[in-house]
Design a binder for this molecule. Structure first.
Ligand code: PLP
Length: 370
């Protein structure tokens, strides 16, 4: 089997798995208890928080553990709006549904939301934000890298504009953290969402960076875990695994980027050499994320034919497999229907090889020539 759907999820890092094991069997104490048996899990929790903070240039007390990207996004959007607040939120049409559906909740509660249109490459231009933002805007949420087409947004400029109008800025960095350098200070964000399983950590764990001083409602009420902001006994094993996986990815990030970008070029060149006409969607791409549209083809059928040949790719966002319509992202970038219907997303990770790419390229050529 060749796995080329790393934007959907990734394999657990082996060193992360090894680091997690003691917290299931020998060091399973509850980190909130005062006795000495809980000392190690408590220390592991603090060390994981510090390590993750260092990877994104934050302070440890600015990292709040969550169950993943969806929870982090829900928290950032809904936690910013207090009950009865009618100030506006601005987001984009191409966000993940964790953002879009959280924004729908705000609208149902009477708080207005504006959805910015991207250009045909999936970029949200600073000018578009300037035209929409007012001093009544409370929150702007624009993703760092798009999960379907890989476009990296100019978050640094967008956050500056937001702050100039007194609004908070959140970014969904689920696809970016662990894959490209992410520095919360230079991005200038107030909140940032991340998800462990996208960077070789376990599923069901993630974090929300909340800049010191940002006013946000707690996500869950109960005990005093996560500085009283997200109650519930901590998932120490997964938190430790996430810290190890992120650290390991960040230590070799440039090497991984180079490797993955060379695989991308190999695939694109193979398709071009075989005279297969296609469009690559997006611009300023996240390494490894290739959204390819083949005119007149059916993306769903392509996915299944590749599956029969032992290759895993996706048609769009992993969360949309129930929905066979053209995705909201491809619709927002105005991709013509005859291309949009023939779109697949191939997403490479650090473990993919030159041989994987040759196999995928020849499978695609075979299918197209039929
Ligand atoms: N945001 C983006 C951009 C994503 O790609 C995903 C997952 O595909 C999520 C949020 C949701 O993350 P999780 O699966 O950790 O809930």
């Amino acid at each position: 089997m060749i796995y080329a759907d790393c934007a959907a999820t990734t394999k657990l890092d082996k060193t992360a798995f090894e680091a997690m094991q003691p917290y299931f069997f020998s060091e399973y104490g509850n980190a909130s208890q005062p006795y000495s048996f809980s000392r190690k899990p408590k220390k592991a929790l603090a060390e994981a928080r510090a390590s993750i903070a260092e990877c994104i240039n934050a302070q440890p007390e600015e990292i709040f553990f969550t169950s993943g990207g969806t929870e982090s996004d829900n928290w950032a959007i809904k936690g910013t709006m207090s009950y009865g607040d009618t100030r506006a939120t601005i987001t984009s049409q191409i966000e993940h549904h964790a953002i879009l559906n959280s924004c729908s909740t705000l609208e149902r509660l009477g708080s207005p939301v504006a959805y910015l249109s991207p250009n045909e490459k999936g970029l949200i231009s600073p000018k578009t934000l300037e035209q929409s933002i007012t001093n009544q805007t409370k929150l702007v949420s624009i993703m760092l890298a798009n999960n379907e087409i890989g476009t990296i947004q100019p978050v640094c400029e967008l956050s500056k504009i937001s702050h100039a109008h007194g609004a908070l800025f959140h970014t969904d960095a689920v696809q970016a953290v662990g894959h490209i350098p992410v520095d919360v200070q230079s991005l200038g964000v107030d909140m940032l969402s991340a998800s462990g399983h996208k960077f070789n950590a376990p599923k069901g764990i993630g974090f929300l960076y909340i800049k010191k001083g940002t006013i946000l409602s707690p996500y869950a009420s109960g005990g005093l875990q996560e500085f009283g902001m997200r109650a519930g006994t901590e998932n120490i094993a997964s938190i430790v695994g996430m810290a190890v996986a992120l650290h390991s990815n960040c230590m070799e990030i440039e090497k991984h980027i180079q490797h993955i970008q060379s695989l991308e070029q190999q695939l694109l060149q193979s398709l071009i050499s075989a005279d297969i006409p296609f469009l690559r969607n997006g611009v300023s791409h996240l390494p490894g994320n290739l959204s390819l549209s083949f005119k007149g083809q059916d993306g769903e059928a392509l996915l299944h034919r590749l599956d029969l040949m032992g290759i895993c790719v996706s048609t769009g966002s992993a969360c949309d497999t129930q929905n066979t319509q053209i995705s909201h992202v491809l619709t927002a970038i105005n991709l013509p229907e005859n291309y949009a219907k023939g779109t697949i997303r191939i997403s490479f990770g650090k473990e993919n090889t030159v041989e994987d790419v040759s196999f995928i390229a020849s499978a695609l050529v075979k299918i197209m020539h039929k």
